[in-house]
Write a protein that binds this ligand. Structure first.
Ligand code: BG6
Length: 481
């Protein structure tokens, strides 16, 4: 992978003893260091409440790196050097003393390692603490420095539109929007970014990418896991807040947006915002909510909870390009498989020339984001033999085959790297967040979710939703369907 080395910086992780640090952040930083893009001067300061020594913190970090890094210490010999770059600072998030000590530590790091006042604060803490930590950073004067200062905020960014607006206002009291990097890890996925490459680095797709040729679009993000240990959080959130407001709407915007005049954070996000502005208010009849059977028995779920674990929507983007083209979005837990995929179904041929076929399958282009990162173009071909019968076949591209098994960086690697380089293209802007909450909020009150069997594709009504397209939801492999 060709990547440019970042400037040396101090990375401060709030919530350093938590799950995210061990599972995602430390493994991503390790792989970046192994690839030579994290300069040796970069230092990582973990902040959290638990009292931990530097050594104990490093051991925890090592466990995460060993278990989850794409490039593990066994593959890359950097760990002993990397380990020394981690230090720990324990303190309460609401205690000004924590920030005074942090400021002192940062000054020492600058002096000892030449990090030049560059600071990246990462909020890997429960969302309730975001305003407090942002305010305390401001009070301690840590919202600016002699270098650059940036802050990464994890999802969920708000719980609904009013809370997202309030949070934006609280953060903006301390940090300028240009310093704020709101994570949606789907944007860090290589295959998600490839939606833009496919569309705008090729001449052959874009002319078809509109209402004249596209019959409808399907976006599926399914998961086979149940809510498991996260039931307490999930029950207050549900699939609309947990997956649609962020990941699914991000996929929608990338699929539906106009080409930006240039590839930079401002232009890219301007175009995404325009898509969200054009989405028609979603009609109640265009929403199907489901809850898997057994959800109410999960530890942490409120009695009689109506939290949906599945949703399917039909929505319309009211603009010149997409007028009248339905977009179907669905996501849920306890479904048959983990799969993220976008399919454009094209319109049928206007006249059936080959009478040996009662009907021809329409062309489809599927972008499989995970787990089998690939692109499939589905078309009809002549079945060998007499007559003019046709069969559906696929033209396929698989990342693994062309670029190798370890070629795809983890989403957090890309996002951390971009934040260190000051590129906010793959982060959500304040207005984007607010517009997406504005679309999702009215749906969260759509009544009692219909039960569905774990391992099924959700309630029956979800299938009925796409029936008007004379097809069902498309899934994974295309051959023979
Ligand atoms: C998270 C959600 O944002 O995304 C989880 O909170 C979900 O509920 C996860 O499981 C899915 O991410 P991925 O990368 O595994 O598809």
């Amino acid at each position: 992978m060709t990547r440019i080395q970042t400037e040396p910086a101090a990375i401060v992780i709030f919530g350093a003893s938590g799950d995210l640090t061990g599972r995602k952040l430390a493994p991503a930083l390790h792989s970046l260091a192994c690839e030579g893009v994290l300069p040796p001067a970069t230092q990582i300061i973990g902040v959290a409440r638990s009292p931990l020594t530097d050594t104990a913190f490093r051991e925890r970090v090592y466990e995460g790196v060993e278990a989850y890094a794409r490039l593990k210490p066994g593959i890359c010999s950097l760990w002993s050097d990397m380990s020394d770059r981690y230090t720990y600072l324990s303190g309460g998030y609401d205690d000004p003393e924590t920030y005074r000590r942090l400021a002192e530590r940062l000054a020492q790091v600058d002096a000892a390692h030449g990090t030049g006042g560059n600071r990246l604060f990462y909020l890997a803490i429960p969302p309730l603490l975001y305003p407090e930590v942002a305010a305390q950073l401001g009070k301690a004067g840590l919202n600016h420095s002699s270098g650059w200062t940036r802050i990464i905020v994890e999802k969920p960014f708000g719980h609904d539109l009013p809370s997202a607006e309030a949070l934006n206002a609280q953060v903006h009291r301390v940090f300028d929007e240009s310093q704020v990097y709101r994570i949606d890890h789907y944007l860090g996925k290589e295959t998600v970014q490839n939606i833009l490459t496919l569309r705008f680095a090729n001449a052959i797709f874009e002319p078809l990418w509109n209402r004249n040729y596209v019959d409808h679009v399907q976006i599926t993000v399914s998961e086979s896991v149940s809510v498991g240990r996260r039931a307490g959080y999930y029950d207050t959130s549900g699939v609309l807040r947990d997956m649609f407001q962020n990941h699914l709407l991000q996929l929608l915007t990338l699929t539906a947006m106009e080409p930006p005049p240039a590839f930079n954070a401002r232009f890219l996000r301007d175009e995404k915002v325009k898509v969200l502005q054009a989405v028609r208010a979603i009609a109640p009849d265009d929403v199907v909510l489901g809850q898997y059977e057994g959800y109410l028995q999960e530890a942490g779920v409120a009695r009689g909870s109506r939290t949906p674990t599945f949703a399917a929507l039909r929505l319309y983007v009211d603009n010149w390009r997409w007028q009248g083209v339905p977009f179907y979005l669905r996501s849920g837990k306890s479904l048959p498989q983990k799969l993220s995929e976008i399919t454009l179904q094209f319109k049928r041929v206007p006249h059936l020339l080959f009478r040996d076929n009662a009907r021809l399958a329409p062309n489809r282009l599927s972008i499989c984001l995970q787990p089998d990162e690939s692109i499939h173009l589905h078309f009809e071909t002549k079945t060998p033999g007499a007559g003019m019968r046709t069969s559906p076949v696929d033209m396929e591209f698989h990342y693994g085959e062309d670029f190798g098994e370890h070629a795809l960086p983890e989403a957090y690697e890309r996002l951390l790297l971009d934040a260190l380089q000051g590129d906010a293209s793959l982060f959500a802007r304040a207005d984007e967040i607010e517009l997406s909450w504005g679309l999702i909020d009215p749906l969260t009150d759509s009544g009692v979710p219909a039960p569905y069997m774990p391992g099924s594709w959700g309630p029956e009504a979800a299938h009925a939703l796409v029936e008007q397209q004379h097809c069902d939801w498309y899934l994974g492999r295309r051959h023979g369907d």
